[in-house]
Design a protein around this ligand. Structure first.
Ligand code: ARG
Length: 407
């Protein structure tokens, strides 16, 4: 009996061809595993296609709740945004898919797992490193990294073996979708000077078509986790779906990023992430109200580390567990409500409130009821400015004139 391999199967051209190719090249029986992370598709059609193309078994797993609760929300609590732009939708889904591949391989007695990544991107790294961390003995095969076929050759391979070629196979774009966002690359987008054509967008209306009336939305958070929209409690998956629709209809969430890939190249990527943009904006606004200055400063450094670690495929590491423990602790007072205005591509915070707010009206106001003791300020300033006065007396300070002279 041939050995078995579990393939992460999307139903697209590459992974469909991979089913046949793994059989031919390695004489492996392929178990196709399709994971639903919120990329709305016809899952039963995908399952049937896997079987038709030659998989010995085709499994479909709904991982939406797992994805939101164990991957998206931890990243949101950390405010993880890669290079200040990318909310990490694709990157976050990879360790989850790797985990489910490994679990399925163990359940099915397979010796290997496979994924459809090429040898140029970040995703191969995320899959391989995660699988290695969870099951060091499992073999990993990445057909599209090995077969050396161009797009055209892959299509004729498919035609030769009667593998249906989806209409999307001739689209110039490579697209990955899940609840946290949609990633679009290739085609004209490879020219960083070219404006992304309207056709690459599917979750967001163009600002021109978006409503002329703004929408206001209130997001309720409990310990850093969004739990309600406009006062209505919602389950985590529906909450994100709802925000993707609402914010997308206002053109919110379009991102154009020239990013630094882990494999050393710069790549121009376009993203649509309406819910992510709204939630990250809202979450940071609530933290500004409920965390101290020192917590905020330190947490920003953690946010960058956290984003890099997700991007770089290091989810299953002790470093991640340690940072996540800090982030969780930091969220214990991040409870309250943020009000945002969505309008023609912009998402702006209009108000925030919390029962645990550190904002004190009595201390901040210039009006009647001021509790700030202004008479204590001169003493504070005297000590604060002490090192400045000392240095100025002993060493002076370089003047503008000296700088001019040295030119
Ligand atoms: N550049 C992003 C990342 O590394 C997205 C990759 C998206 N993949 C795709 N097939 N479009 O996470």
């Amino acid at each position: 009996m041939p050995d078995k391999i579990v393939l992460a199967y999307s139903g697209g051209l590459d992974t469909s061809v991979a089913i046949r190719w793994l059989k031919e090249k390695y004489e492996l029986d392929v178990i196709a595993l399709t994971i639903d992370v919120g990329n709305e598709r016809d899952l039963s059609a995908i399952r049937n296609k896997a079987l038709k193309v030659g998989a010995i078994k085709a499994l479909v797993k709904d991982a939406k709740r797992l994805f939101v609760n164990h991957f998206i929300f931890p990243a949101l609590k950390a405010d993880a945004i890669y290079e200040g732009q990318y909310p990490l939708a694709t990157a976050l889904s990879r360790p989850l898919i790797a985990k489910l591949l490994v679990d399925t391989a163990l359940e099915e007695g397979a010796q290997a797992v496979a994924h459809g990544c090429t040898g140029k991107g970040n995703d191969q790294v995320r899959f391989d490193v995660s699988v290695n961390a969870l099951a060091p003995d499992l073999k990993i095969i990445a057909p599209a990294r090995e077969w050396g076929m161009t797009r055209e050759q892959t299509i004729s391979y498919a035609q030769r073996y009667g593998i249906p070629v989806p209409a999307t196979a001739t689209s110039p774009y490579s697209i990955d979708e899940n609840l946290w966002g949609r990633s679009i690359e290739c085609g004209i987008l490879e020219d960083p000077w070219a404006e992304p054509p309207e056709e690459v967008f599917s979750w967001t209306k163009s600002p021109k078509e978006a409503s002329d009336e703004p929408s206001y939305v209130e997001i309720g958070f409990d310990k850093g986790i969004p739990v309600a929209i406009d006062g209505q409690k919602m389950d985590s998956v529906s909450l994100i779906q709802r925000l993707n629709e609402l914010a997308g209809s206002h053109s919110v969430g379009r991102i154009d990023h020239v990013e630094n890939r882990l494999v050393g190249i710069k790549s121009r990527e376009v993203y649509e992430a309406p819910a992510a943009v709204v939630l990250l904006e809202a979450h940071q606004a609530l933290e500004a109200l409920t965390l101290s200055k020192d917590q905020l400063r330190f947490k920003q450094k953690v946010a960058q580390e956290y984003a890099d670690l997700i991007y770089n495929g290091l989810w299953f590491t002790a470093q991640h567990q340690d940072l996540a423990a800090y982030v969780d602790s930091s969220q214990r007072f991040v409870t309250g409500t943020v009000r945002l205005k969505l309008y023609k591509g912009s998402c702006k915070v209009m108000g925030r409130k919390s029962p645990l707010s550190l904002y004190s009206y009595g201390l901040a106001t210039y009006a009647k009821g001021d509790q700030f003791d202004q008479s204590a300020s001169p003493g504070f300033i005297h000590i604060w400015g002490l090192p400045v006065r000392t240095q100025a007396r002993v060493q002076g300070i370089s003047s503008l004139e000296e700088k001019e002279d040295s030119k």
